[in-house]
Design a protein around this ligand. Structure first.
Ligand SMILES: [Ca+2]
Ligand SMILES: [Ca+2]
Ligand SMILES: [Ca+2]
Length: 320
């Protein structure tokens, strides 16, 4: 299906869709090679290269776990945007706590890539402890693992995964922060009843660009005195009205109608028809080339306003 589409100006390659946004190297997550490999210093997980070496963590080797107020505060002082939140600034060695394995940011992408944080309890509870999980905003990520995690006196040290998946919004919205909040939902353990929630932050990487979809993608072929059509639509949902302006390079060869076509955020996904008419004459000539230029300058959507003009080539065949 996609092969029939022509997403002009849109590079499908994962590494180039972010445009002027920070590179994946900058943020430490980029696409694996087709054979599932990554450069030295990275490992491939869910098709995304992650920094470091892949391993299944266990409670004994979670060096990066925030285990004290001092540790957490040091991440705050370092300006990290991906740390356990201030509501977890607590000395977990001194009181029962929820412990999260990640202090480095989680990364998902709008291609549906996942990431996980692992959670356990800092001390043995006297009975079952059920943790609740909420993610925000629901427009960027979805919780893929269970919305609750149950711990008891025998499994409190077991790492349980919380997995989130990036959602695709088809808008040029830039990389967006998300959060996962983990809290004690139910327990009869008096200490865990008062354990503070933990919030882990992540980034959902935007994959959208302003682009056009023209179908059919092949050049326009029309005969003198006849008409053909192609369809046009934006490839992503604009934030405001987008007006495409169409002009023929030579109205003595072919004309295009309508000369402008609007797309609203509500109807951006509906392709609209463009009619190309071959100009008739009574002279025997060679077949003649023309181009249809499509501009997107008129938009309050900055991404579409900044999109370069697109040229669709065409041929008008002589009928004399
Ligand atoms: Ca997006
Ligand atoms: Ca988004
Ligand atoms: Ca002719």
């Amino acid at each position: 299906m996609m092969s029939a589409l022509r997403a002009i100006g849109m590079a499908i390659a994962f590494t180039s869709v972010v445009g002027c946004a920070p590179s994946f190297e900058d943020i430490g997550a980029f696409a694996c090679a087709n054979d599932g490999t990554c450069p030295a210093g990275f490992f491939c997980k869910e098709k995304l290269c992650k920094k470091g070496a892949e391993e299944t963590p266990d409670a004994s080797d979670l060096d990066s776990t925030v285990k004290s107020t001092e540790d957490a505060q040091s991440y705050v002082d370092a300006g990290s945007d991906a740390l356990i939140s201030s509501d977890a600034l607590q000395d977990v060695s001194a009181r029962p706590s929820i412990v999260a394995s990640r202090v480095n940011g989680l990364y998902t992408s709008e291609y549906g890539q996942h990431d996980s944080v692992y959670v356990y309890l800092s001390s043995q509870p006297t009975g079952p402890v059920t943790l609740g999980i909420s993610v925000f905003p629901l427009t960027e990520v979805a919780l893929e693992s269970s919305p609750t995690l149950v711990y008891n006196p025998s499994n409190w040290q077991t790492l349980q995964a919380i997995t989130v998946k990036g959602l695709h919004d088809y808008q040029v919205d830039g990389d967006q922060k998300f959060s996962i909040r983990v809290f004690v939902d139910t327990t009869d353990d008096g200490d865990y009843k008062t354990a503070l929630p933990v919030t882990i932050y992540g980034t959902n990487v935007d994959v959208d660009q302003a682009a056009l979809v023209i179908e059919p993608a092949s050049s326009v072929k029309v005969t003198e005195g006849a008409q053909v059509k192609f369809t046009l639509r934006p490839d992503t949902k604009p934030l405001d009205t987008v007006t495409f302006v169409l002009t023929s390079s030579d109205t003595g060869i072919a004309t295009v109608s309508p000369s402008t076509v609007d797309y609203e955020p509500a109807d951006w996904g509906t392709a609209k028809s463009i009619i190309v008419s071959g100009v008739n004459d009574t002279v025997r000539t060679a077949d003649r080339a023309f181009t249809i230029k499509i501009d997107t300058g008129k938009s309050k959507d900055s991404a579409y306003a900044a999109m370069k003009s697109v040229s669709q080539s065409g041929w008008c065949f002589d009928n004399d």
